[in-house]
Design a protein around this ligand. Sequence first.
Ligand code: C5P
Length: 303
Amino acid sequence: MSGVDSRSVTVRVPAKVNVQLAVGGARADGFHDLANVFLAVSLFDEVTVAPATRLTVTCEGPDAHQVPLDTTNLAARAAVLLAERHGIAPDVRIHITKDIPVAGGMAGGSADGAAALLACDALWGLRSSRAELLAICAELGSDVPFSLVGGAALGIGRGEQLTELPVGGDFHWVFAVADGGLSTPAVYGEFDRLNEGLRVPEPRASKALLDALASGDCTVLAGALANDLQPAALSLRPALRSTLDAGLSAGALSALVSGSGPTTAFLVKDAQAGAAVAEALRVSGTCRTARAATSPAPGATIL
Ligand code: C5P
């Protein structure tokens, strides 16, 4: 291919689950203040960038057909924003190998944005500082900074202002992937509708939850999981209740909707319990598939 060289950069990036998602009232800008405790989990997308004559996005993976390949894709937007900052053309071929559920409440789109940003920065030799990359991530979306950082972190503001958190051990999870996605703005809209006329308290991180993460004790963490968006997600998708029940009957320590859903997350004691819960969910007929994963996982990493 003339004019296109063979250099490429690949970045691996994790999905997330929100172990606590405390949501405040709607702000004037339409966002909600959050106390958002993110935990990165071992389901990964890989994003490869290579020089090209124009910006293109391609995607492979079981749900690739659901991924937009135009400039609304966060990976493409990341390349454009970074190039604009440096007065260069975003002429890059972006290829996404997708394993994170699409529109599932696991920050798959945000993950691809963070990965493309890190990959383009390396490909173009820009050597942006961590702070510069995090600022671009925050412009791309509320969950994008966390995809860059990984591990565990508390996000305040709209979730983009991060403080990294200590995690005292590995946690085992099963994720039940639903048929079809849920729109994040629609779930926040339903949250507002359900809370209309009520006083929504200031979102605060729970000390019990932060202590549970730091201790690495899965039984304590199971008792502290909390997602204020869960009633809204269940209101829009009542069938998720049977998925939660199926995982709990199969021995999960605790279950919750992941972020805005519709993926549901099950905390389990160990890998063996995870395999059993995943298999029970797969045969339950209440979800499309089930995936076992562990946490914490590292943030976006150049391979
Ligand atoms: O920041 P991001 O583009 O991921 O947000 C998607 C949508 O989710 C926003 O347009 C808004 O409707 C909702 N949202 C919110 N409050 C937040 C984060 C997201 O209302 N803190």
